[in-house]
Design a binder for this molecule. Structure first.
Ligand SMILES: [Zn+2]
Length: 307
């Protein structure tokens, strides 16, 4: 907020000339600060003492955020311009013209550019940085009192599952065949499957025996993403983490809890086994714990036994 402009004589290098300075109050932290007079700066709606205060003001409830809501309500009758159908249509048309896609982020040109920037700035995607991860956890704890609010915060959990049911008719995303299929396609396209160390070891061991092309990773079977498929034996191999595939589940657990997730995994495991039996598919399941105590040869033997 602008307060006043003062003109004071200033002497520099032995010459005296008047100097105009403006006093402001920061619209974010309310501290007062002085800037060299500039008509452009003075007539601005909001004033900030630092970049940090300016960035904070853009957050929910900040001065910039409030100002933008007021403007949007006046212009479009909604809090966010993108909630207005005609604004949305215009944005889509512009993106289509500029990037060949209704959503800029879906354009390969834009994605490539973003990746280049991330790569040169951070050497990876910023969400992979430890500092970012720590910050995300800190924010969740600050806002919801937990690092995993979907599990621990009742309001967040209820809202999440309610939205899932409304949009996809299921409690959690992995229960939807449609979502699973989409996630699988995306991961295959981007090469971003989240493989565990044990899983990579099994792939390496089996490739040594059956060749690079003899093992197919992330083969789809009845909508499931199965870790490995050995072409020669027509055998599916699944590596299970004992934590998620072991004890600790409860059929009475509430959706969103770990016990519920573990129980859901167990039900899925037994359903998969049953399904494979009925459909004449061979599947070998090994837990990460078992694999850790197995030698490479023992893994190969285990495969040969079921094959
Ligand atoms: Zn400030």
């Amino acid at each position: 907020m602008y307060v006043e402009t003062s003109i004071k004589p200033s002497s520099r290098w032995g010459m005296t000339r008047p100097k105009k300075a403006s006093v402001m109050t920061c619209d974010s932290c309310s501290e007062s600060f002085v800037r060299k007079y500039s008509a452009h700066f003075v007539t601005r709606g909001l004033h900030f003492c630092s970049r940090k205060c300016s960035a904070n003001a853009g957050k929910i409830g900040g001065a910039k955020n409030i100002k933008s809501i007021v403007t949007c309500r006046k212009r479009y009758g909604v809090d966010n311009a993108q909630q207005n159908a005609s604004v949305r249509a215009k944005t889509k048309a512009t993106n289509l013209e500029r990037y060949g896609n209704e959503h800029a982020i879906a354009s390969t040109v834009v994605r490539k550019k973003i990746e280049e920037i991330f790569d040169s700035k951070y050497g990876c995607h910023p969400t992979q940085l430890k500092a970012t991860k720590d910050k995300m956890i800190e924010t969740r704890i600050e806002r919801y009192g937990s690092a995993a609010p979907i599990h621990d915060n009742e309001d967040v959990s209820t809202k999440y599952h309610q939205t899932m049911r409304e949009r996809h008719g299921v409690d959690s995303p992995l229960q939807s065949k449609e979502i699973r299929k989409k996630a699988h396609t995306t991961k295959r396209k981007n090469g971003t499957f989240n493989e565990s160390w044990v899983e990579r070891r099994v792939v390496r061991v089996l490739r040594a025996v059956y060749g690079d092309h003899g093992i197919e990773q992330h083969r789809r079977l009845n909508g499931w993403d199965i870790d490995m498929y050995i072409k020669q034996h027509e055998l599916y191999v699944q590596v299970d983490g004992v934590y998620w595939h072991g004890e600790g589940g409860s059929p009475d657990a509430k959706p969103g809890t770990q016990a519920y997730a573990i129980n859901a995994k167990r039900l899925l495991d037994s359903h998969q086994i049953e399904w494979c039996k009925c459909n004449g598919e061979k599947m070998l399941r090994l837990t990460d714990k078992e694999l850790n105590s197995m030698s490479d040869q023992q893994i190969i033997d285990a495969v040969r036994t079921v094959a």
